[in-house]
Design a binder for this molecule. Structure first.
Ligand SMILES: [Mg+2]
Length: 218
């Protein structure tokens, strides 16, 4: 198999929150005196708003039946706290730069445009990839094939020659497989178990040192 390009998921794959997201959400709610929201409720609303420009529609949906009228403030606070808590996977930047000398590399991340652009800016990763796609700027989010097709089109590659590396079984692995890409699942303690549609799996902390060899063995 000749691999010419590698696409990556961002959250929990290349960049890791150093604080639990449930705690970050609770702090954002607390700081803004907003009504309580569970992580499950948040994820459900997030899933309904994958192509949104910001998290405002997510919080607007969540607060629809309450008197809380400032989803903008909650969204901005949550964005700041998430951004402050996000750290690059150790060694990943030099690994990606090396990878880029032999492959086209792309980022395809689910989420609102402002939230994800803000993360990339804080990580100083705005120029790290040949192609950076945020589903908030697209017509559809992962696992929709349209999202992967947008990546393929921008990378100017073919699905069968493109690996996609991610941690989320449904969004990244099943989505990439259905779109004809070659999925590699990143595993980490407390993360999802291996998917049987993954072409290969890799432990997250080994990604920077081992991905290059893994690609040559596909
Ligand atoms: Mg992820």
């Amino acid at each position: 198999m000749t691999i010419s390009a590698v696409g990556f998921d961002l959250d929990e794959t290349l960049a890791i929150p150093t604080r639990d997201r449930t705690a970050i959400l609770a702090e954002a709610i607390d700081l803004t005196d907003a009504p309580p929201v569970t992580r499950e409720q948040y994820l459900e609303a997030h899933g309904q708003n994958l192509t949104a420009d910001s998290r405002v529609p997510i919080f607007r949906d969540l607060f629809e039946e309450t008197q809380h009228s400032d989803p903008e403030h909650v969204a901005a606070t949550y964005r700041r706290l998430i951004g402050e808590a996000l750290e690059p996977l150790s060694g990943v930047e030099s690994s990606l730069r090396r990878l880029r000398t032999e492959y086209q590399i792309g980022l395809l991340t689910n989420g609102p445009r402002r939230a994800q652009r803000d993360k990339l800016k804080r990580l100083s990763w705005t120029d790290l990839f040949d192609v950076t796609l945020i589903t908030g700027e697209l017509e559809a989010g992962k696992p929709d094939a349209e999202a992967f097709e947008a990546l393929i089109e921008r990378l100017e590659t073919q699905p069968a020659n493109t690996v996609f590396v991610g941690d989320d079984v449904q969004a990244d692995i099943e989505g990439a497989a259905a779109a004809g890409l070659v999925p590699i699942q990143v595993l980490y303690p407390e993360g999802p178990p291996p998917s049987n549609v993954a072409k290969s799996t890799i432990m997250r902390e080994e990604l920077p040192s081992s991905l290059f060899n893994l690609l040559s063995e596909l």
